[in-house]
Design a protein around this ligand. Structure first.
Ligand code: SER
Length: 399
């Protein structure tokens, strides 16, 4: 199945079971939301999970783009992306956890054809505030899927306050057809998590107390790119059809090692989507996240060849990305934002090199020096550290 078929199969499955397809939102959460970017499919639905009636009813399905910076250090491995898409289904006070798990099992095995023997799940085993999730445990046992019981790993919340609850995660064995599944999700990394079913049944308040929700709901989220990797039998998200144009065009442009190529691809693609959603590089908030992504991308790209530049990025890639995420702005305007930021970074580096080559800085720097370099010359500390430590000059991502 290619990307479109996978998305179609997911949304149709839930539509046939009474769910309304709601349009995914942009990466920017509503102004009342405390987070900078949408990090999960449930984000735009928070008020409804807390009890507000939704105009489309009590069963919803959608595809939502998300951005997570918590996984930045893992980007470059086979599964983590900065911007990714989440296939999600919701019950807003309608059906409960067992029905959600049963539907999930049916879709994975019958809809996507994943052999039942390659599945493993985890469930919440309780803590000092909430008892074990016996309902999910029983459901999985009835379905004949092996279960591992864990603590914190099976508790989902969107932050310190807000809706939360125990979850059940579904893993698929990726050890290859000749290696039978072994171990459990917490003991063998070849179990890859693909789908999380959360029983949203509490509201956590500022003081840490949990209040049961009057209308408990279900929130599920499945990373599209990971699912594609499993279904297409690939070794990484970058080898799926979704990244085909990237992996065809980028290696022709730049000769990078595999991890760097993946990071460049991820950050460039993420940068395009973020700019496409209206964010511009700046020194605070969302703009700062975008700036850091672009600088990390440039630093990785120029390692080994400082003449590499985003000017060479084919506009087709920008267009392909904006089309995929159904973003309406023109590819040229997105490209201009990226190139402008590249020029800014280049000038900053040149200034940094000039200032630091002065004899007055030919000694270990003190905190006072760093303050002066920042306040007088606009040189962030990490950038200075990178410039002074050749080994680190590949990691100038601050500021
Ligand atoms: N909110 C849960 C998650 O992000 C399920 O969608 O994993």
């Amino acid at each position: 199945m290619n990307t479109d078929q996978v998305v179609q199969t997911f949304t149709e499955f839930f539509r046939e079971r009474g769910h309304r397809l709601v349009t995914g939102s942009s990466l920017l959460p509503p102004p009342t939301d405390p987070v900078l970017f949408t990090t999960s499919g449930m984000h735009p639905l928070t008020p409804y999970l807390l009890g507000r009636p939704h105009s489309q009813g009590r069963r919803l399905v959608n595809v939502q783009r998300c951005l997570r910076t918590t996984d930045l250090d893992e980007v470059g491995d086979p599964t983590h992306l900065t911007v990714f898409e989440m296939l999600g289904s919701w019950s807003l006070g309608d059906y409960g956890h067992p029905e959600s798990l049963r539907m999930g099992h049916e879709l994975l095995c019958d809809g996507f054809g994943i052999p039942q023997g390659l599945l493993h799940v985890t469930v919440f085993d309780g803590d000092d505030q909430v008892g074990p999730d016996l309902e999910s445990l029983r459901t999985w046992q009835e379905l004949g899927v092996p279960v591992e019981r864990t603590g914190d790993e099976n508790w989902w919340s969107n932050g310190p306050v807000g809706p939360c609850g125990p979850d059940s995660e579904i893993f698929v064995w990726t050890g290859g057809s000749d290696v039978p599944p072994r171990g459990t999700p917490t003991t063998d990394p070849r179990w890859v998590e693909i789908w999380n079913h959360v029983h949203m049944r509490h509201h956590r308040h500022e003081d840490g107390t949990l209040e049961p929700l009057r209308q408990p709901g279900i929130d599920t989220g499945m990373g599209l790119e990971r699912l594609l990797t499993v279904l297409q039998g690939r070794g990484s998200v970058y080898e799926t059809d979704l990244f085909e144009p990237w992996m065809r065009l980028l290696p022709r442009l730049w000769d990078l090692d595999e991890r760097s190529l993946r990071l460049v691809c991820d950050h460039l693609r993420s940068g395009i989507v973020v700019v496409g959603d209206g964010v511009r590089p700046s020194s605070t908030g969302r703009g700062h996240v975008l700036r850091r992504l672009i600088r990390r991308l440039l630093t990785t790209l120029r390692r080994g060849d400082p003449s590499r530049t985003l000017t060479d990025v084919p506009v087709d890639l920008v267009e392909h990305t904006l089309d995929h995420f159904q973003q309406l702005c023109g590819p040229e305007s997105v490209r201009e934002v990226l190139l402008h930021e590249e020029q800014r970074f280049t000038r900053l580096l040149e200034r940094g090199q000039r200032v630091l080559s002065r004899t007055e800085f030919d000694r270990p720097l003190t905190d006072e020096d760093y303050r002066c370099l920042h306040d007088t010359h606009g040189l962030p500390r990490d950038l200075v550290t990178g410039l002074r430590t050749p080994r680190l000059s590949g990691s100038l991502d601050a500021g």
